[in-house]
Design a protein around this ligand. Sequence first.
Ligand SMILES: Cc1ncc(COP(=O)(O)O)c(C=O)c1O
Length: 396
Amino acid sequence: MNMAFYDRVSAELADIDAQGLTKPERVIASRQGPVISVNGRDVLNFCANNYLGLAGDERVVQAGIKAQEKWGAGTASVRFICGTLEIHKELERAIADYLGFEDAILFAAAFDANGGIFEPLFGAEDAIVSDSLNHASIIDGVRLSKAQRYRFANSDMADLEAKLKEARAAGARNIIIATDGAFSMDGYIGKIDQIRALADQYEALIMVDDCHATGFLGPKGKGSFAHCGVEVDFVTGTFGKALGGAMGGFICARKNVVELLKQRARPYLFSNALAPAVCGSSLEAIRIASGEEGDKLRTQLFANAARFRSAMAEAGFDLLPGEHPIIPVMLGDAKLAQDMAARLLELGVYVIGFSFPVVPRGQARIRTQMSAAHTFEQIDAAVAAFTQAGKELGVI
Ligand SMILES: Cc1ncc(COP(=O)(O)O)c(C=O)c1O
């Protein structure tokens, strides 16, 4: 037995803990929602990506059960062998139509969509120009491609232009700009309209990861690109957040791109088809999000976000600015963020402290997330708890 290896693992864990960077997993004993059961008591939940409040919605749950009853637990196969069910085709059509694209391809997760999109489409003659704050899965996906890599400072259009010039000067065949539609740790919305203008100028393609936008940003919740009033070439997204909260990812694109990805994208070719229950729940979530009820949910979501933002700013907290329902409360120190989250749980509010390596060192924070399912009373109760904990811990 190589005990030295196991000793090194234990030492690394102890080191993470000593730095206050351990991320504990708290076990939830109820459905996802604005109120959840933790440690035997009900607490207000302000850290789920449950933007439209559909994760625990009875219609979404029942649609999943119905799909599972009809199609079974799953396909026991990847899509191209014997794993394509009618419900997979239905979900691909539904998400493509909803977001306004010719076609879509499903993945087990958006992590896989981002991991699988670059390598088949871009080779050594091409260039990928990626925002420095892009999600880890985009970074991994870019690494898997042989394309030349360029990185621009977060949402810095001058730097993006400089990198586009560099890539053109180096003779790139195709250039693709890759960006999050909304940056998940900051709640900043991507400047997709300005990126569009630069892409047109330098003949580049645009890929947007809209995991934190699909379902609620822009008209009908079509996403960040619709919010900015422009079109893009590829959108990657998830069914694991606003669209029901189950799991599963997708890429929306032109038909021939989807066809090629179905031939070449490794996480698609070598991984099981999405479970029918997930497809059923996601279809119902798309139906709700794309209709009039979706409009009402989006109005409620942004009213909740505005109420929380203004009350927290008034109370003296340092918030990152913006309009997105992700509202980071900046604390700086990792240990302070953990202590604050622990105290808030005692006060009946479930939130999580984020620290390195999820955010840069020294920028620890509590990332609060609003949901359309929150009531104003719940928002006000959360602000009151933050204010009490913030005073006790010397934050405000
Ligand atoms: C911006 C972004 N992209 C991709 C993902 C991965 O999504 P999924 O959970 O579907 O793999 C996430 C989830 O954390 C995300 O925030």
